[in-house]
Design a protein around this ligand. Structure first.
Ligand code: ZN
Length: 290
């Protein structure tokens, strides 16, 4: 997508090159399955995944870190995308009389990092923590998207922006009260039912990512047909059924936490087509209509 000349967010903490520790953190755009997939593809254990997580640029040593041009481009792009979500969600909040939009902080890190939700780990992909209202992103995930998941698109693709906008979608859910409400219900029920709540939260975040893209396109004309196709292709490739079939040869619907490829594409597209936050109805849908 075309973001040349657009501003970069200042709500960014750059912790790259400061990674420590080895504990596994939270789920994000594609959940733990992605960690499993990477592990499988590399034929190693989770320790190998962590080593790999340093990925794109120079790794930490004594605080001095050099970044490749690719990593700098991705960092700039991510800050521009976050800035755009700030502008667009501020506008939407105003338009619907929701009040002022308090933006999340984007944390760039490598490997592992501390969060209010426990130790964050790049092996699970990008994630949002409502405890500190931060979006955690290790830029090497974009490399994983390209090389391991085979998602098409360059270093400023809508597919990559979608990943960030999805995490911001969880922040919107938090601000609306949806996230806490769902988490409370998830704690009071069994795993299978908790997974169903999780799927609805994830699809709503996909929907909100689509709403953001709708306004990006309408206000800035930054999104081409090819961009849109690549983002939909990405949504397809991070569907639970797709990832599970790829990593273990079959899909177990009761274990889905993020939704099927078809569902993820559907809700992203619905957000993109309507741009209407009132259509974020994933919790009102039955299993059949979701
Ligand atoms: Zn998510």
């Amino acid at each position: 997508m075309r973001l040349e000349g657009r501003r970069e967010s200042e709500n960014v903490e750059d912790r790259r090159g400061m990674g420590t520790g080895t504990k596994i953190g939270l789920g994000g755009i594609g959940g733990l399955i992605i960690a499993g997939l990477i592990t499988l593809l590399m034929g190693g254990d989770i320790g190998d995944v962590l080593q790999q997580a340093g990925g794109l640029g120079g790794m930490q040593s004594g605080g001095q870190t050099e970044f490749t041009q690719e990593e700098q481009e991705l960092a700039t792009f991510s800050k521009q995308v976050i800035a755009s979500t700030e502008d667009i969600w501020s506008q939407i909040f105003q338009q619907y009389g929701i009040g002022q939009y308090p933006p999340p902080t984007l944390v760039l890190y490598t490997g592992t990092t501390q969060t209010a939700c426990g130790q964050g780990n790049a092996a699970v992909g990008p994630f949002y923590c409502s405890g500190d209202q931060k979006v955690y992103l290790d830029l090497s995930f974009f490399q994983t998207m390209d090389r391991q998941l085979g998602v098409k698109g360059d270093n400023s693709s809508l597919a990559k922006a979608y990943v960030i906008a999805h995490e911001v979608g969880h922040h919107i859910e938090y601000l609306m009260g949806t996230l806490d409400q769902a988490h409370r219900k998830m704690q009071a029920t069994n795993q299978t039912n908790a997974n169903k709540y999780s799927v609805r939260l994830e699809l709503m975040a996909d929907f909100y990512a689509g709403v953001w893209a709708h306004y990006e396109s309408r206000l800035f004309g930054s999104i081409s047909d090819q961009d849109l196709q690549e983002a939909i292709d990405c949504a397809q490739k991070i569907g639970d059924d797709y990832l599970q079939k790829r990593s273990q040869g079959y899909a177990q619907p009761e274990s889905f936490t993020h939704g099927t490829s078809a569902q993820r594409m559907k809700w992203f597209k619905l957000g993109y087509q309507t741009g209407d936050v009132r259509r974020a109805t994933t919790f009102q849908e039955s299993d059949a209509t979701l």
